[in-house]
Design a protein around this ligand. Structure first.
Ligand code: ZN
Length: 181
């Protein structure tokens, strides 16, 4: 986990890593001001955006996994909803606007303290192109997907589920745990 050196509340360096009273997990606790620092999983939200049955993907221009292809996704921000996060990430990474169709996949990744969630979405325009975060943005037909160049396992699984569902033209929400200890 993250190592804390200073208390972000009072600036003291008198932090102790211990189980607080009535708790059951170790937390950083400030001896000066008694603040307890809780760390919780981060949520990554994204979208599988469709345009004439093609899928919008972005080639990552930033680490991790620079140079590999992803569905638009990123860390949820404070003060936004999941759907807003998916639409924002799609715009930031591709330049295009999306409209949510339905929640599609949700993955718990306890080994990295993350939850990944993808929506199915309609791509509303074709204004996509390279951005700060993406060196290339492209619509892929199913048979064009570069399976050996996918950035994240949860992106790959979401694409695989989409193809499976597309076969029978019935799209269902899926929840999955990925445990890599
Ligand atoms: Zn403090």
């Amino acid at each position: 986990g993250i190592k804390l050196k200073y208390c972000s509340n009072c600036g003291s360096d008198k932090l102790e890593f211990k189980i607080p009273k009535d708790d059951n997990m170790k937390r950083y606790c400030c001896k000066e001001c008694n603040t307890i620092f809780y760390t919780n999983p981060n949520i990554v939200v994204g979208a599988l955006c469709l345009r004439n049955e093609s899928i919008l993907m972005a080639k990552r221009n930033i680490n991790p996994r620079k140079g590999l292809w992803t569905l638009p996704a990123g860390f949820m921000e404070n003060a936004e909803t999941l759907q807003e996060g998916a639409i924002r990430e799609t715009f930031e990474e591709t330049g295009s606007k999306a409209e949510i169709i339905m929640p599609y996949t949700m993955f718990s990744l306890p080994h990295i303290n993350q939850v990944h969630m993808f929506y199915l979405a309609d791509l509303l325009d074709e204004n996509f192109g390279p951005t700060v975060e993406s060196s290339e943005v492209k619509l892929f037909q199913i048979d064009e997907i570069l399976w050996d160049e996918i950035a994240f396992p949860t992106v790959k699984k979401t694409l695989e589920y989409y193809i499976e569902d597309k076969e029978i033209n019935k799209f269902i929400f899926r929840e999955e745990d990925i445990k890599l200890w």
